[in-house]
Design a protein around this ligand. Sequence first.
Ligand code: DX5
Ligand code: ZN
Length: 219
Amino acid sequence: MNKVKVAPSILSADFGKMAEAVANIKEWGADWVHCDVMDGVYVPNITFGMPMVKALRGYTDMFLDVHLMITEPEKHVGAFCDSGADMVTFHPDASKNPQLAIDIIKSKGKLCGVVLNADQPFEIIEPYLDKVDMVLIMTVQAGFGGQSFMAERLDMVKRVKDIKDKMGYKYLIQLDGGISPSNVQLCKEAGMEIAVAGNSVFKANNPTVSVQSMQIEIG
Ligand code: DX5
Ligand code: ZN
């Protein structure tokens, strides 16, 4: 039986102890490491870039899921692939040439995703659905960790899942923002396969229990 994969976001970790954070993510039994890259332009916040991904690659064999919240991602996706990312996901509206970004990521032999922000219509991602390995649907406005989950986006998740089933598309469906053991069931029922989780893992009393309680079976 397939289970929801949990991808803890290191945005919620201690930035002075990132190597320890990725070691902990593995110990807690999570599936992927989610890396939130913000440039202070596409979103107001600034986090880290490819040197961090490269450094983490030296400390972990886990799947590095890189979420780019940057302008003109096509200029940088290649470098993120070369730094050791396994999946590179970008916001198509931030790009002057989303197809080029997809082509570069694929040419590097990596998986590619597109993101739909919490205030955006379906049409933003529609042209890329037959070309990508993952669709990330934000359940908070991209930019900061620790925000409240927007349940009203679950209709969009269902729409993306319905189209996947109807058209036979292969993309995974990932949700990001405010995901926790309390809403994971609803998210899964809507179509979520990968749960990004920042605060609900890193700030949990028992991160292992939190991770396990989100790794629910996909029927
Ligand atoms: C928000 C980031 C998320 C965030 C998730 O822009 O993309 O990955 O860190 O953190 P929580 O789970 O705390 O909302
Ligand atoms: Zn993210």
